[in-house]
Design a protein around this ligand. Structure first.
Ligand code: LP5
Ligand code: MN
Length: 268
């Protein structure tokens, strides 16, 4: 059952009919500790996506989200207010939870003016049916992570966790993040990528021939027979090699774009 206030996972009835482009981003991992990435995100919302009919955020918008009471923090208030400007400009915003922020709830959705999307979901735009997913569920070779995922997606356990005081939740999230980081460059290991079997199964399940997901931090366009799988980039303008970007779908098709160089001049 979809959560109250969330969009169904088949948005065929919600077919966008206007000619404005649709944008897809994921894996921004936003926190107050990465100001340049936050500035890049702000540029994307204010400038890049200003001509959009819809923006889809396919998971891991935040470094972590451990309950909608995080909305009391100035940082979460700032990001949700920024997102809210999209609907104020007539642009639909859809947010799918990722493995870092699967506890995003209805209060955040309301503050951001967003509809929450189930993982996976199907949309229809510019004549194409598209499967959208975060991507972590497709990394089926990572058995340990899949076991962890199954446990933490249990609604009863989530309710129990959400009843804890915020500092306790912060402490547990910090431990889990530290453990995740301690695995040497997890996304470069073979386990950190999707498996062919999981991808083909998801295509078959929904009868689509286009898929978009993030999570693996390996931006690319892959062919699986006649089906196309687009992988979104993660964003990071605060460490190492700067990166970030989006997929844009319009009448001329799907295209991967880096963030405009004009944006980067204003970033830290
Ligand atoms: O996140 P990333 O991209 O670095 O790595 C992921 C997988 N790691 C995770 C963990 C997240 O980074 C942190 C989540 C923070 C929110 C926590 C809220 C907890 C709430 C509990 C609610 C019931 O997703 C990583 C994958 C990698 O992608 C590639 O796909 O390999 O998986 C792991 O690293 C596995 C973890 O290390 C497992 C940690 C187990 C710790 C057990 C603690 C007990 C939890 C008990 C829950 C009540
Ligand atoms: Mn992820």
């Amino acid at each position: 059952m979809p959560k109250p206030g969330s969009a169904s996972n088949d948005l065929m009835s919600n077919q966008p009919t206007d000619a404005r482009p649709v944008y897809f981003i994921s894996d921004l991992h936003l926190s107050a500790a990465i100001p340049s990435t936050v500035a890049a995100f702000r540029h994307f919302i204010e400038i890049t996506a200003n001509d959009a009919q819809a923006v889809y955020i396919l998971g891991d918008l935040f470094e972590y989200w451990i309950g909608d009471d995080m909305l009391v923090t100035p940082f979460a208030k700032e990001i949700s207010a920024q997102l809210h400007t999209l609907t104020e400009r007539g642009i639909q915003l859809y947010i799918m939870p990722g493995n870092r922020d699967f506890l995003l709830g209805t209060h955040l959705a309301q503050a951001a003016g967003a509809k929450m999307l189930e993982d996976p979901s199907i949309i229809y735009a510019f004549g194409v049916r598209i499967t959208l997913a975060h991507g972590d569920a497709l990394c089926t070779a990572d058995r340990f992570y899949q076991g962890f995922r199954k446990i933490v997606r249990c609604r009863a356990l989530q309710r129990f966790f959400l009843s804890w005081p915020l500092p306790w939740r912060l402490a547990l999230a910090a431990r889990i993040r530290a453990r995740s980081r301690a695995q040497k460059r997890p996304h470069e290991r073979i386990l950190g990528d999707v498996t062919e079997a999981a991808v083909r199964q998801l295509f078959a399940q929904h009868g689509t021939t286009t898929m978009i997901h993030g999570h693996t931090h390996r931006p690319a366009q892959h062919q699986h027979g006649t089906a196309t799988r687009w992988v979104l980039t993660d964003w990071d303008y605060d460490h190492g090699s700067p990166r970030g970007g989006y997929l844009k779908l319009d009448q001329s098709g799907m295209m991967a774009w880096p963030l405009e160089s004009s944006a980067l001049r204003h970033i830290g």
